[in-house]
Every structure is written in structure tokens, then in C-alpha cells.
Design a binder for this molecule. Structure first.
Ligand code: PGA
Length: 245
């Protein structure tokens, strides 16, 4: 990741049309063209990837929001890390809480995907985070520890430090709710994860906007995973510029 901060846009299942996707992409591209010390990555829905890739000039990197664990074969509806690599995607989000929730993705599945992403030389962003209920009942650290040890199963410590793995702490209660994690809570989670994983870059995600973006950098995170705010070009560019200062 060099010394740069990393900001990923998770567009989720947005925008609804290719025209809007192209427009959003070019507005962001224009907005960040002079920004030096922030690596900007857009993770659009799969269908937009090859089109955005064609109109890209490396000012922005591309990523995917998920992938399957095999490289090719009879897996209806799936997209492989090899296909993503061929489209010049560099990053792949793995284990996002929406996939865990709506598609029943387990840590075991996430682990398989993560290994497939690494095998193909792509950079996985492993998402972990607790629900509001788990936080209230004091289970946060246990949840994070389990998601990490299961998600990273069979990946040795040495391999981990020399790999491209990035971990995103995304408290589920903060995702899409507007209830962002405060700096103190973020710092505690950051320290806890750092104790378990040394030298792995950590991102924060969950209701990030241009007002709170810098707080997470101050709390020790190297970058951000941005959902809702990444769909508003002006706001997203503002987040990136705040980190560039
Ligand atoms: P949000 O989403 O910024 O809309 O809270 C973040 C994410 O889901 O990665």
C-alpha cells in the first residue's frame, strides 16, 4: 500500500444504469486527478467493471465486491478471481456483512474466497465487524477474533505479513445507518485488531463521510471503505481530499 492512504468506494448494487455509473466514475476521476497520497479504488457492480476499466487511466484503481473461490467451471451466476484479474481489477472485497447476512456467507466460505483471491495475485479486503447486540453484550472482541481466525485459517503469520491482505473493520451497526463509530471506539477496535495481526493494513468502514473521515485516520486506520457517500461524487472527492491533507 506504500505510505498512501487507501480509500475504497463500495458502490454495492448501485447505480441502476450504466450511464449513471459512467458519469459518477468520471466525476470522481476528474475530482481526484491531482491528489497524490491517496490510492482511490472503485468497486462497482461486476457488469460495469469492463466498461469503467476501458475509460480508466490508472488515476483510479478498480476492485470487485465479491468473487467465487474457483477459477472456472459449472458455477452458475458466479464470477472468478481469474476473470477479475483479466479485467485488471486489483482489489476484491470479501466477507462484507451484507453478504454474510443476505447470502448466508460463512467464515468458511469467506476463507475459501480469500485464498482464491490471493492465489490469483489480487488484494483481498476482508471485512469483519460486530452487530449492535454483540457490542452491547460485550462480545465485540470475541466476534472480531473469531472472524479473523476463521477467515484467515491456514494462512500462516509469515505469509500474512508478506501478502496483499487488508482487513476492514466495519461495525455492522454503523453500516448505512448514519451512526458512525466514534474515534475512541474506532481506536479501541484498531488496537485490538493490531494486537492480533501485525503489519496488516487496516481500513475503517461504516457511515464514513467528509466530516468524520479524518477521525479514523487519527484512530490508527490506514484508509476507509466507503458505501453510501461514495455514490455522491462531490462528497466522495471531499473525503479523499480530507485524507490527502
Ligand atoms: P456505508 O457502507 O458507508 O454506507 O455505511 C459501508 C460499507 O458497507 O462498506
Amino acid at each position: 500500500m506504500n505510505r498512501k492512504h487507501l480509500v475504497l468506494a463500495n458502490w454495492k448494487m448501485n447505480p441502476a444504469t450504466l450511464t449513471e455509473a459512467k458519469r459518477l466514475f468520471s466525476l470522481v476521476k476528474r475530482g481526484v486527478k491531482d491528489v497524490k497520497n491517496v490510492e482511490v479504488v472503485i468497486c462497482p457492480p461486476y457488469v460495469y467493471l469492463p466498461i469503467l476499466q476501458r475509460s480508466n487511466d490508472l488515476a483510479i484503481k478498480l476492485g470487485a465486491q465479491d468473487c467465487f473461490w474457483e477459477e472456472e467451471g459449472a458455477f452458475t451466476g458466479e464470477v472468478s478471481p481469474l476473470m477479475l484479474k483479466n479485467l485488471k481489477a486489483e482489489y476484491v472485497i470479501i466477507g462484507h456483512s451484507e453478504r454474510r447476512r443476505y447470502l448466508n456467507e460463512t467464515d468458511k466460505i469467506i476463507n475459501k474466497k480469500l485464498k482464491a483471491v490471493l492465489k490469483n495475485g489480487l488484494k483481498p479486503i476482508l471485512c469483519i465487524g460486530e452487530t449492535a447486540k454483540e457490542r452491547k453484550s460485550g462480545k465485540t472482541e470475541n466476534i472480531l477474533k473469531n472472524q479473523l481466525s476463521n477467515g484467515l485459517r491456514d494462512i500462516s503469520n509469515i505469509k500474512l505479513q508478506n501478502s496483499n491482505i487488508i482487513v476492514a473493520y466495519e461495525p455492522i451497526w454503523a453500516i448505512g445507518t448514519g451512526i458512525a463509530c466514534n474515534e475512541k471506539e474506532a481506536r479501541l477496535a484498531n488496537l485490538f485488531i493490531k494486537k492480533l495481526l501485525k503489519n496488516v493494513p487496516l481500513l475503517y468502514g461504516g457511515s464514513v463521510d467528509s466530516k468524520n473521515a479524518k477521525d479514523y485516520i487519527n484512530a490508527g486506520f490506514q484508509g476507509l471503505l466507503v458505501g453510501g457517500a461514495s455514490l455522491k461524487a462531490k462528497e466522495f472527492v471531499k473525503i479523499i481530499k480530507n485524507l490527502a491533507i
